[in-house]
Every structure is written in C-alpha cells, then in structure tokens.
Design a protein around this ligand. Structure first.
Ligand code: NDP
Length: 260
C-alpha cells in the first residue's frame, strides 16, 4: 500500500511516530494535574467531560480502532512474511482480549465520559494505523532475526507481561461479588510490589513488543503506554493510601517495583 488517502505510507509513519513522541511527555506531565474521571475517580466529575457512555460500550468503541491495523497490514508489500505476521499477531492477541473479553468479564464502574472515550479511540486509531503500516509495508526481517537473543527476549517479555496483565485484571475482578461496586486491597501477581500490577504488566508487554519488532513505531507505542499509565498508577497509589491508611502495605510502590 503506497499511500494513505493522499499521503505516502512513509510520511504517515513518520508523522504518526513524531506525534506520539511529542504527545508522550505532554500526556505524562498533564496526567499529574488532571485525573481522568473514570473508574474510582469518576465521583463528582465535571459535566464538561461529556455524558457517560456505558463502560462495556466505551471499552468496545475505544479499542475497536486498533483493528484498523489489519487493513493496512494486509495491503502492504511485507504482509505475506511470516515474521511480520507473527509480530502483528502479538499486537492482535492483546487487543482481542482487551476489546472482546475484558469488558465482558470485568465488573465495571458507572461509565466513561465521552471525551475520554474519544481520546482513547483516537489513540488506538493512530497506533493501529502506525503498527499495521510498519509491519505490513516496511519492516523487513532476516530469517536470522527469529533466533536473535533480542527477538527472543522481546517475545518472552511480551508473553510474561500479557500473562501478568490478564492475571492482574482477573484478580481485581475477583475482589467483587456480582453487583458490588466497592474497592478492596488487591494482592497476588505483582500487586505485592506495585499498586498498578495490571498497568506495569501492560507496559512490560509493549516493551517486549518493541524489543521483538526492533522498530521506532513499537518504541513509540511503549513510550506512550508509560506516559499514559504511570501517572494514573501514581494517582491510584495515593488514592489507596488515603482510603486504607495504615492497612495499605507500606512497602508497595505505585508503578515500578522497588522504585516508584
Ligand atoms: P483498573 O485497575 O482501574 O480497573 C480494572 C477493573 O478492576 C475495573 O473494573 C475496576 O472497577 C476494578 N477494580 C480496580 N481496582 C479495584 C479494587 N481495588 N477493588 C475492586 N475492584 C477494583 O484498570 P483500568 O480500568 O484503568 O484498565 C483496565 C485494563 O486496561 C488494564 O489491564 C490496563 O493495563 C488497560 N489499559 C491500558 C491502557 C493503555 O494505554 N494501553 C489505558 C487504560 C487501560 P471500577 O471500574 O469500578 O474502578
């Protein structure tokens, strides 16, 4: 696929990466001052955030644009290559869970404000186009790459990260009985080290993906994930400390085990 509407694929890749690298520090800094009002932070949210979309619908609509990667991948010159297809399948496996399994299993809160859902959908569209175009049209991997230590480390990191992410989300689900909307102190998985076991594990996944892809688009994805999730982890950590006081394990960090 040589062009996306009127821009060349190469231009779209360069621009998307540039936007993500510029956006990441801005998002990281802003999220220390603005707490996005969904989940535990939805109480008393300003109506300016927009009306509440039912959480299951919000998850579906905001994650579905990821699958646009398939269109750009399938039409690209590298689409038939096994390594490219394998790497794209890592991306897709994660988003099949996030889009079609997680929202139907989680005991979700009251709703996601429209503006947050739209921001998330714009991000997934941008990233879906970027990863699909890169792996479909540009990335050329030698046969040797399949046994390269960096690739193998990346795949193992991705798989362990995804296992811990799904397991952490499951542990959170099990904290509530049907109909319960309360919050409890989680334990297990990485929760004994960090408040945001699910977020840290998700970041691990995309770091592994970046190692395995060995590409700037995948690095941009991992950088943005850190920028988006780590401030939220910090805010949630403070929230737990205020809510549970001395009951909250004092050695537990917010996002990075033993560090932060
Ligand atoms: P949270 O950890 O805030 O919540 C996950 C689910 O568990 C929600 O249903 C929540 O309920 C419930 N829950 C959370 N903490 C407790 C608790 N202490 N006691 C009882 N129930 C609890 O995660 P998010 O909703 O922010 O994210 C869900 C998944 O999506 C994660 O795996 C995350 O990594 C991923 N994600 C990825 C992003 C990215 O940029 N790649 C962005 C955002 C999320 P409630 O909704 O009522 O709070």
């Amino acid at each position: 696929m040589d062009s996306v509407i009127f821009l060349s694929s190469e231009t779209v890749i360069m621009l998307s990466q540039f936007v993500i690298f510029i956006l990441s520090p801005a998002v990281f800094a802003a999220l220390f001052f603005v707490t996005a009002p969904w989940g535990r932070h939805e109480e008393g949210a300003s109506p300016l955030w927009g009306f509440r979309v039912p959480p299951m619908i919000a998850w579906l609509l905001q994650e579905l644009p990821n699958f646009v990667c398939l269109i750009f991948f399938v039409r690209g010159a590298q689409a038939g290559k096994a390594m490219n297809a394998f790497l794209l399948s890592l991306f897709l496996i994660h988003y099949v869970n996030r889009t079609f399994i997680f929202p139907f299993r989680a005991r979700l809160g009251r709703g996601t404000p429209l503006s947050i859902m739209l921001f998330a959908a714009m991000w997934t569209l941008l990233n879906g186009v970027l990863q699909g175009l890169w792996l479909g049209s540009y990335a050329v991997y030698d046969a040797d790459w399949a046994t390269h230590p960096q690739f193998l480390l990346g795949v193992v990191t991705f798989v362990v990260g995804m296992y811990l992410n799904v397991h952490s989300d499951e542990l959170l689900m099990q904290l509530r009985k049907p109909g319960d909307k309360g919050y409890y102190i989680p334990s297990g998985a990485l929760f004994d080290y960090v408040t945001a076991s699910n977020y840290f594990a998700e970041w691990m996944e995309w770091c592994g993906f970046a190692l395995a892809c060995n590409s700037w688009p995948a690095v941009a994805f991992a950088v943005f994930t850190f920028a988006n999730l780590s401030p939220r982890a910090h805010t949630n950590h403070r929230w737990y400390q205020e809510k549970f006081g001395r009951q909250y394990p004092p050695q537990r960090k917010a996002f990075l085990p033993f560090l932060w």
